[in-house]
Design a protein around this ligand. Structure first.
Ligand code: FES
Ligand code: FES
Length: 153
């Protein structure tokens, strides 16, 4: 039976079993491949999306649990001012190395800035601690979050 989801502001019906991880519903059924698969165990953060504005790990979130709630992916994060500021800061500071982890990083950063518009280094490290980067772009990520916060002030 089709599951009704609101993805990036659009009502979307997906023919997914309820227990399917949201990650696969997004990637395989909705064709939104910006959200990445890393560990599949809520350990790396590559699959981070927003549900009701909060960051969740899509790899361990059954699609049925988000029915009727707004889901935002990396493809839609630029639809508001916070997401746009984060994307712009990422480009200005050239944060990305291989890029694989970065959609998850951007989603966690945007969720942080929505709840804490002027985060300290410690706030950033805490909020981003579940997002692993094998290329070790952590210093640029932190600087870009400060840059986005300044742009939004
Ligand atoms: S793929 Fe979901 S946290 Fe690693
Ligand atoms: S940029 Fe390569 S894993 Fe983060």
């Amino acid at each position: 039976m089709a599951i009704q989801l609101e993805i990036n502001g659009k009502q979307t019906a997906l023919d997914a079993p309820g227990e399917m991880p949201l990650l696969w519903a997004l990637r395989d059924l909705a064709n939104l491949t910006g959200t990445k698969y890393g560990c599949g165990m809520a350990l790396c953060g590559a699959c981070t999306v927003h549900v009701d504005g909060a960051p969740v790990r899509a790899c361990v979130t059954p699609v049925s649990s988000v029915e009727g709630k707004p889901v935002t992916t990396i493809e839609g994060v630029g639809n508001d001012a916070v997401g746009r500021a984060v994307q712009a800061a990422w480009q200005e500071l050239d944060v990305v190395q291989c890029g694989y982890c970065q959609s998850g990083q951007i989603m966690s950063a945007a969720a942080l800035l929505r709840t804490n518009p002027r985060p300290t280094d410690e706030d950033i490290d805490g909020a981003m601690s579940g997002n692993a980067c094998r290329c070790a772009t952590y210093v640029r990520i932190r600087a870009a979050i400060h840059r986005a916060a300044q742009a939004l002030a």
